[in-house]
Design a protein around this ligand. Structure first.
Ligand SMILES: [Zn+2]
Length: 465
């Protein structure tokens, strides 16, 4: 498989450190709120990378952290009158609700920063002992000038970085690019005892420590959003490699940006969407399918129009599968026919196309296209005169490929029910407004979909005809 490595700016053949095994780390969420749609993209795409590597037979160890101590969490705690720990616990639970909806598998380990404080202190102490870190008034900084490879991920040398750095009002740092490893405790903040006094970890250090603790000094893949490449991942490399003297991660994989209605997502523009908001209108499998329909490194534009397109596409796949299952349940001829044997080559070709796309830097966009082609092939070649054997081969192939992407494995009804409920509500509103024409039209629209309405005293009930 080829993967685009940000470190070398080229697509490289993926070769794991240890044959048959993959060690993978993905930067996780800061748990102060529901995850937003920008967070969802890396989680979905790197879940897919993990699933594909497992499909290829690799034994993948996948670690994704929770940042559970952070300025934003502390602030949220103050606002809600609860402790930072309660804020974190709440939003970790909510993360799992959204991740489940998006079809994201649990990591093998979901470490939390607050469970790794001693490891973080030991790590920072090592850096200090080796001369890469210095303390000023209880704060500890990484000395970027001491680490020769600083800037290698973002392909900037130290002078360029310094010229680009905002001049911070921080007289404590030796150099503008130095970053904090340990922050001294301020009033109203959580703190832990350390050799530098009470304090808490900086953000970058946590991933270096947890990756090292759960996966070892060198890992295969470190992944995250493009916005994390600098400074977060650059700093992770500096900390980890300064301490171990070894390569931290062999492959650095980053996904592209997500725009909302062609604009950058921001709270001030009012186009900031959490996954939870979206789940009120769309089944989250549609969001997963939408993300998979683009290559992970390309920017994507998120809009109602695009989501509705994804929804229509996903429905086509569900319908194809449902029709195929229905056909199989009614077939009588069991053994494969000669003319069907001639089609097996073509059936296999869709899997080959799918694999070739995935092998080429996880091109899920083309992989999805190959599934559409397969479903078209099935629609054309499986009917009431087919043999059970051939029809089942087609279904197996369809399930195998959609299974790798973790899509089309629910009951179609789950996806459609939301639409039905919405239309029923619309009809009720129309009746209330005495728009009986619209109410009748909606009843007919539902009837065309095979949904029969029954108005009862408890409200409108529906069933499939
Ligand atoms: Zn990280």
């Amino acid at each position: 498989m080829k993967l685009y490595n940000t470190l070398t700016r080229t697509k490289e053949e993926f070769i794991p450190l240890e044959e048959g095994k993959v060690k993978m780390y993905v930067c996780g969420p800061t748990v102060y709120n529901y995850i937003h749609i920008g967070n969802a993209r890396p989680f979905i795409m790197f879940d897919t990378l993990r699933r594909y590597l497992q499909y290829k037979g690799y034994d993948v160890t996948f670690v994704q952290n929770f940042t559970d101590v952070d300025d934003k969490i502390i602030k949220r705690g103050h606002e809600e009158g609860i402790s930072p720990e309660e804020v974190a616990n709440k939003y970790i639970d909510e993360y799992f609700v959204d991740a489940d909806g998006l079809g994201i598998k649990r990591a093998d380990v979901h470490p939390r920063v607050t469970d790794n404080i001693q490891q973080i202190i030991d790590f920072v102490k090592d850096l200090e002992d080796k001369g890469y870190a210095y303390e000023v008034n209880g704060d500890v900084y990484f000395d970027t000038k001491k680490f020769e490879g600083y800037g290698k991920l973002s392909k900037q040398n130290q002078d360029e970085l310094e010229a680009g750095a905002r001049i911070e009002v921080n007289g404590q740092k030796r150099h503008p690019m130095d970053f904090v490893l340990w922050k001294s405790k301020k009033e109203g903040e959580p703190g832990w005892n350390s050799p530098w006094g009470e304090g808490r970890p900086g953000w970058h250090i946590e991933c270096s420590v947890m990756s090292n603790r759960y996966l070892g000094e060198t890992i295969d893949i470190h992944a995250g959003g493009q916005d994390l490449a600098f400074p977060h991942h650059e700093n992770e490399i500096a900390q980890s490699e300064a301490r171990s003297g070894k390569t931290f991660s062999n492959y650095w994989v980053h996904n592209g940006y997500i725009n909302i209605n062609n604009e950058k997502m921001s709270k001030s523009k009012g186009n900031f969407f959490t996954v939870r908001d979206i789940s009120k209108q769309y089944d989250l499998e549609i969001v997963r399918f939408f993300m998979l329909s683009a290559h992970y490194r390309n920017p994507v534009n998120f809009s109602d129009e695009m989501l509705n397109q994804a929804k229509a596409g996903l429905e086509r796949l569900y319908n194809a599968k449902e029709k195929l299952e229905f056909t199989i349940s009614n077939l009588s001829e069991s053994s494969i026919k000669d003319e069907e044997k001639e089609l097996i080559g073509e059936l296999e070709s869709y899997k080959t196309k799918f694999i070739n796309a995935m092998e080429d830097d996880l091109n899920t966009a083309d992989a999805v296209s190959s599934i559409f082609e397969l479903s078209k092939f099935i629609n054309t070649n499986v009917n009431e005169t087919s043999s059970v054997e051939f029809a089942k081969m087609c279904l197996d192939k369809f399930n195998e490929l959609t299974g790798v992407l973790n899509i089309v494995n629910k009951k179609n009804d789950d996806i459609l029910d939301k639409d039905i409920e919405e239309l029923i509500q619309k009809r009720a509103d129309a009746k209330k407004n005495k728009d009986f024409k619209l109410a009748d039209d909606i009843r007919q629209e539902l009837l065309d979909k095979g949904i029969v309405l029954e108005d009862t005293r408890q409200g409108t009930k529906w069933k499939r005809a």
